[in-house]
Design a protein around this ligand. Sequence first.
Ligand code: AMP
Ligand code: MN
Ligand code: MN
Length: 326
Amino acid sequence: MSAAKFDQIGQVLRENQRFAVLSHVRPDGDALGSQLALGLSLKQIGKQVRIWNEEGMLDKYSFLPQANLLTKAPSQAEDFDVVLALDTAIQNRLGNTVNAIKSAKIWVNIDHHPSNPRYGDVVYIDSNAPATGQILFELITNQKLPIDRAIAENLYVAISTDTGSFQYPNTTARTFEIAAALVKIGVDVGRVSQLTYENYPRRRIELLRDLLGTMRFSADNRIASFSLSLAAAKNLGVLPEDNEGLIDHLRAIHGVIVAIFFEELSDGKVRVSMRSKDERVNVCAICEKFGGGGHVLAAGARVKGTLAEVEKKILEEACDVVSRVT
Ligand code: AMP
Ligand code: MN
Ligand code: MN
């Protein structure tokens, strides 16, 4: 099934000329690395490629090879043959970049979120893949598209960040085989890891200190949560990108099954991030109840209400689920 699908996608890539490569708002390493990797490969076969994200390139990922090719979308819309939506569970998480697409003949949706409703004309969803970057490695090699060191580093960061440095349970033998192949192509593991994980701005750690001050436990210490108010975020001068991965400090606690991070947003909503350490506790299902989605062990939602209201609603639901299955 995947070989035929890769042939179909490969044909779309070869037979068209103008491509937009998009991914989700609040991008992570998988989103940005995947966009750059596929965009670079397409450029090398002579395609006209736009690589857009609502937020543009984040400072913390600006070390990615050819990072300057990834920009915010322009205000003037353009015509395309193909739009590629990568790593994006629901179409509206492409944010404002879709406003810059005046027309497109084909929408291609490549993702690894099981909750992806399969929007688009050509759809490839592999929910067993730990990262969209892993799917793209398979696609690029299967279709004999170009892959050089720059592309390999982008894919490596995509896979490394979405697997929590090759630790989460979705990390398989295949993931390590692909990582080995990327290293053979030229990825400098020490350098790239240092740039990814040992290069944080001080304010991120100040933020962690603040978050730990709000830490609370529910459901007999099986749920841990912390929260960030708009006022605290402003006070610390943090950027949205600063909190990627901080939830792992809660997940890392002995006995904790569900970790939850609540972040007050400026639009009257609260961003909820959830992680589970137990397959029986499906945080995607919890988040879907509140209009969100994601994976069984990592999911999110944006929920209307004040921080206190949303915390109460979500914690009640999570406690209910955790008490029922554990
Ligand atoms: P995060 O907690 O933001 O790192 O997201 C964890 C996972 O849930 C990611 O795979 C996201 O794609 C997914 N996710 C996060 N927020 C949402 C949302 N509002 N709607 C759908 N999926 C989401
Ligand atoms: Mn992502
Ligand atoms: Mn991903």
